[in-house]
Design a protein around this ligand. Structure first.
Ligand SMILES: Cc1cc2nc3c(=O)[nH]c(=O)nc-3n(C[C@H](O)[C@H](O)[C@H](O)COP(=O)(O)OP(=O)(O)OC[C@H]3O[C@@H](n4cnc5c(N)ncnc54)[C@H](O)[C@@H]3O)c2cc1C
Length: 425
């Protein structure tokens, strides 16, 4: 079993890194070479801005290259719960932002001719408990009225025709959900940004930031200094770097994934005949899909732990057991890849994008960000260029999490709480 991300292992090499030493100055410095940062760099460079992107490791080395591969519409939480907390108007606006984000990913792929197996396949949310079906029904009624007239509620029998497993009690089908090869997309996006003139510096870790005047910052990296007229922070849940204000607001939570060896078409057509993206309704549930070369990619929280090779392989064993419980026919199928990554969680699972102390930022996608990060890269490029885009995540107050200073000591407690909720729901 290879302890590496299938997306990273099978993506082309990025060839567009800057070949000159770090310049002394740039109009905009973007920190972070995931989807948010690279999309922002692409959009800034496209409109003629002198932009430098600093990436600690390689482009797409963190969440953007290590995720589950779903590119779905819809918010990260149950829509009915979001309506209850935010009201229908705001919840609908948030929901539509994800529609825009999926459309934008599709648009960029077409414009930049990125070959990444993108397809709109529909997303099926599966009720793991009979009681969860009632919650899905409530969300369905509200979503059909307000944001998605085509959404379908599937009975237990309908779901059995969608998935070769007896584990589920109904489902919710959103037809605009999509999927792609995240490594091919990410590298293609970065090559496009470099083609438009963005200077991309992998291996440049930001270690210090000093405000010189309003938006102007002196940035210290592991490879030298640069003055930026404006800075965009696109560092996900990074706990490395001079970002203490953000580290008190974003919690890194591990999520883990396994990929099988390629499966026979005859087997896949009985397990997943409609070949969609799938997510279960438990708090500590699973997400899965197939790949173009016919593997099953199966992910989940598995354990409340950080991602590192030992932790990833332990979580891989938990995931394999869950996969076989759901699909007994996969008992003898080998797992070829196993990896994990850190999800950038906010307390309310809503992203944030705005400005703090003169630094622009977009992060906190809370495990539902492959589309929103690409979209927010574009939105923040427009904010930085002083255009007036609609930024759904610009909010006045973003309080720090009480008692949290960057070490998520409360995760085991949260894990226990969610496990108990799952058991008794
Ligand atoms: C295991 C897992 C599964 C997921 N599954 C899905 C899914 O199926 N669907 C979905 O929609 N979303 C999913 N997500 C979430 C999604 O992948 C992210 O929301 C999205 O990729 C975030 O992109 P980003 O560019 O903001 O952050 P990242 O991709 O994390 O990029 C941040 C970059 O900043 C760099 N960096 C950090 N600190 C510094 C520093 N000091 N100096 C320089 N560079 C720095 C990092 O190296 C990194 O490359 C998943 C996430 C994980 C971890």
């Amino acid at each position: 079993m290879k302890l590496e991300s299938f997306w990273q292992a099978t993506a082309p090499e990025f060839t567009g890194a800057a070949s000159t030493p770090l310049p002394a100055h740039a109009d905009v410095v973007v920190i972070g070479g995931g989807f948010t940062g690279v999309s922002a760099a692409l959009n800034l460079a496209k409109s003629g801005v002198d932009v430098v992107l600093l990436e600690r490791d390689q482009v797409m080395s963190q969440a953007s290259g290590r995720n589950g591969g779903h590119c779905n519409t819809g918010v990260a939480q149950n829509f009915a719960a979001l309506v209850a907390s935010r009201g229908l108007e705001e919840a609908s606006r948030f929901y539509r932002a994800y529609d825009d984000a999926v459309s934008y990913v599709n648009q960029v792929i077409d414009e930049e001719q990125i070959s990444c197996d993108f397809r709109l396949c529909g997303k099926l949310k599966l009720a793991s408990k009979p009681g969860h079906f009632a919650a899905l029904r409530e969300a369905w009624a509200q979503m059909r009225e307000s944001v998605d007239p085509n959404i379908q509620l599937l009975s237990k029998e309908d779901v059995r025709a969608e998935i070769g497993s007896d584990d589920f009690h109904g489902g919710l089908l959103q037809l605009r959900g999509g999927q792609m090869h995240m490594g091919k997309f990410g590298v293609g996006l970065a090559e496009a940004a470099a083609r438009y003139g963005a200077k991309i510096y992998p291996g440049h870790s930001v270690t210090g930031m000093k405000q010189l005047k309003e938006h102007r910052y002196l940035i210290t990296t592991s490879q030298g200094e640069i003055i930026a007229e404006k800075v965009l922070m696109a560092t996900g849940c990074s706990n490395e770097g001079p970002f203490p204000w953000f580290q008190r607001r974003i919690v890194p939570v591990g999520s883990f994934i396994v990929a099988t060896t390629p499966l026979p078409e005859s087997l896949l057509s009985t397990l997943l005949p409609h070949d969609r993206t799938y997510v279960t309704s438990l708090n500590i549930g699973n997400y899965f899909r197939t790949t173009a070369d016919r593997r099953l990619i199966f992910g989940g929280r598995a354990r409340f732990a950080m991602s590192n090779p030992t932790s990833d392989s332990r979580s891989g064993a938990v995931l394999k057991a869950s996969m076989v419980k759901m699909f007994p026919a996969l008992a003898e199928v080998p797992v070829e890849y196993c990896w994990g990554g850190m999800v950038d969680m906010t307390a309310d699972r809503l992203p944030r994008a705005g400005e703090h102390n003169g630094v622009f930022y977009a992060l906190g996608y809370s495990g539902h960000g492959t589309q929103m990060s690409v979209w927010m890269g574009r939105v923040m490029a427009e904010v930085i260029a002083e255009k007036q885009p609609d930024n759904p995540w610009q909010r006045e107050a973003w309080p720090a999490l009480p008692g949290y200073f960057g070490k998520p000591w409360f995760l085991p407690v949260a894990g226990l709480y969610y496990k108990t909720m799952d058991r008794f729901s």
